[in-house]
Design a protein around this ligand. Sequence first.
Ligand code: HEM
Length: 120
Amino acid sequence: MIHGHVTAWALALILFIVALLLQSGGKAKGAKIVQMILRVLYLLIIATGVGLLFMVSNISVMYILKAVVGLWIIGLFEMILSRAANKRRTSVFWIQFIIAWALVLYLGFVELPMSILYVK
Ligand code: HEM
């Protein structure tokens, strides 16, 4: 489950960058297709994340925070892509993006116990 989760968000991050590159290269149609696949990955990220939550017997506030920050990142993927497509300013969202990623990586890898490093 955790491997599925990590694979899903790692792939989503790559596709997000690909979609941005396609957009900035003027390939709007290609970017749209990649964005569709990205949206399927959101569902996988959420499904595996909720699956992981079900494996936890005592859900602490850290888990809630982890889930909220995960959803925040998904929202930012969408916001940045749609604003960039419409040539609107994205700087505020990029700042949030950096903060949210720092938080989610800290919570996921350091603060919370499950890990791809030792859970099969
Ligand atoms: C793009 C969004 C997301 C990112 C980048 C992300 C990132 C991570 C990372 C880095 C880990 C730790 C993996 C490890 O230690 O090997 C993790 C674990 C986890 N994630 Fe996510 N996540 C996201 C979305 C979500 C969502 C939406 C939920 C809940 C609905 C969620 C719930 C969890 C849970 C419960 C764990 C296990 C925590 C533990 O016990 O260590 N995640 N995630």
